[in-house]
Each structure stands twice: as structure tokens, then as C-alpha cells.
Design a protein around this ligand. Sequence first.
Ligand SMILES: Cc1cc2nc3c(=O)[nH]c(=O)nc-3n(C[C@H](O)[C@H](O)[C@H](O)COP(=O)(O)O)c2cc1C
Length: 295
Amino acid sequence: MADQIVDSIQNAREYLDSLEIESRLLGAEKPSARFEFLGLSFDTPIMTAALSHIDLVGMAEGARLAGAPVCIGMGDNETLENVLNTGAKVVKIIKPYADRDEIYDRMRYAKQRGAIAVGVDIEHSLKSDSPEDDVVLGRRMKLPSMQELNAFVRDAGLPFFIKGVLSAQDAVRCVKLGCAGAILSHHNGIMRCAVPPVRLLPSVRRAVGDRLLLIADGGIESGYDAFKALALGADAVSVGRPLMPPLKEKGAQGVKEVLETMTRQLEIMLYRTGSRDIRHIDPSVIWEKGRRTGD
Ligand SMILES: Cc1cc2nc3c(=O)[nH]c(=O)nc-3n(C[C@H](O)[C@H](O)[C@H](O)COP(=O)(O)O)c2cc1C
């Protein structure tokens, strides 16, 4: 049997590699990569992915130093508090615990302690290879119903994100639920044979217009990748695995350096395409396999 776990990760990477960028340098002026997000202003739209089981405090501190928002995944309330104490602006992604009270408790805690948004990673509700609820560190997960999601969104008291959206249909549902945003992600291949999140961006953007913030993750390794995602409709990207070795080797400083390098790469691509900022990128600068996207 083919190792399909690699497929979704590899597909996402190969798709990014298949995209090319044309130059529109004449008349271009120095651009800005600043990112306005949930009423706050950041130096970059390249944020950390919702990671866990790593030094989340070091990751958050590195992102804060780079002027980036932070997404964090699983972890106890004490860890969240330590992460927030770094001064980072944090989107807390909560597991889809079958015990819904736990979701409410964690949302409440995140709000009290100053997170800027919360969300649930619905893609982790199910096992990868059988139609059963997943179990994470001994805790049972369960896909929330639309009614339950609606109640989470209403109760959160913070902008709410659904992570694991991989279709225009689900994105439209997020809008109907009153979500602030969606994170397009297959969570490292939890969803087998997944369409690469960046490939979905144009259709998702067409479906939701500006009614939903879109963050894409999965294989973003450079500012060039980030540019491609932003050009195709993302408001921001999140980066997970590429931050892990630098975090281990150099702590917060390592994360800061990677995010700043990626931001410089994004800025040069904005400049070379005549895009004055991240909200003014003409998607037609992106070519796919020798054809302009949209042709
Ligand atoms: C070590 C590790 C832990 C993760 N933990 C979580 C988590 O707790 N919650 C979540 O929503 N996603 C989690 N993810 C998935 C990431 O948020 C992200 O979707 C994925 O890593 C794809 O991005 P990347 O290709 O940049 O790594 C985790 C990923 C890794 C590698």
C-alpha cells in the first residue's frame, strides 16, 4: 500500500513548487509586508502554525520578536498563560474534545488571559484511516455538529477560527456560522489525498469574498511560498515544521530569524511584482505549469 500519509504533504509541496511568479518591476516602489489582523498591526503575515509538544513559549517569543501573530495548538492552560506572558498575540486552537465542557472551559480561559482569537481543529476529530473518533493523548475527540459549532462561535466572545477547512463549501459554512476565519490545512496529512490548501485558495476566496479571513498552512517553507499563497487569496500563512529545528537549536532567536528571513523573501517578491502591500497582489502574476493561473 502506498504511504498516503506522505501524499498530502508531498502534494502540497509539489503544488507550491509548480507555481512560478512573473516580474512587474517597471514603476514598482518599495513595498510593505505589514499585516492588519483582528484590529492589530503586525510586521508580517507569516505566522506560526498551531503546534504542540514543543517549546511553545520559545516559539511565541520568537514570533513576537519578529512582529508576527502566533497560532498555538494543544497544551494545558498553564502553557497558554506562559505563552501569553511573552506578550505575543495568540490565536489558541483547541482540540475538538468530545467533552464539550472542556472546549468551553478552554475558550473561557483563553479569553480571560488575553488571547486574540480561538478556534477548533476539526480535522483532528476523526482518525486518519477509519471512520472513528480520534483519541489524542487518551482523550476522545468528536466532530462538532453545526449546532455545536454555532454555540462555540456565539460563546467564545473572541473571533473564532475553524482549522481544517479544505473546500469552498466548508468555507461558506464558516461564514454562515459567524466565524472570523478559516485555516486551510490538512494537518500534516491527517486527511489523506487532500487537495493542497494553496490550490484551493482561489475557489475559496471567490466563494467567501472578504467575509472570512483565510490562513493557509502545509509546506510553506519560504517567503516565496508565502507570496504564492497570498497572491492566490490567503490573508496570511502559518508555518509549522520549518520552525522546529531552529527552535530546538537556538530557541526564540532561531524562530525570529526564520520568520524574518521569510518576511524579507516575501518583501522582495512584493517588490518584483509591483505589489505595494500584501493586500494588493494581482493573482495573475502566478503561473502554474507554464500557464497563467486563471487562463
Ligand atoms: C509537532 C506538531 C504538533 C502539532 N500540533 C497541532 C495541534 O496541537 N493542533 C493543531 O491544530 N495542529 C497541530 N499541528 C499541525 C500544524 O498546525 C500544521 O497544520 C501542520 O504542521 C502543517 O504545517 P507545516 O507543513 O508548516 O508543518 C501540529 C504539527 C506538528 C508538526
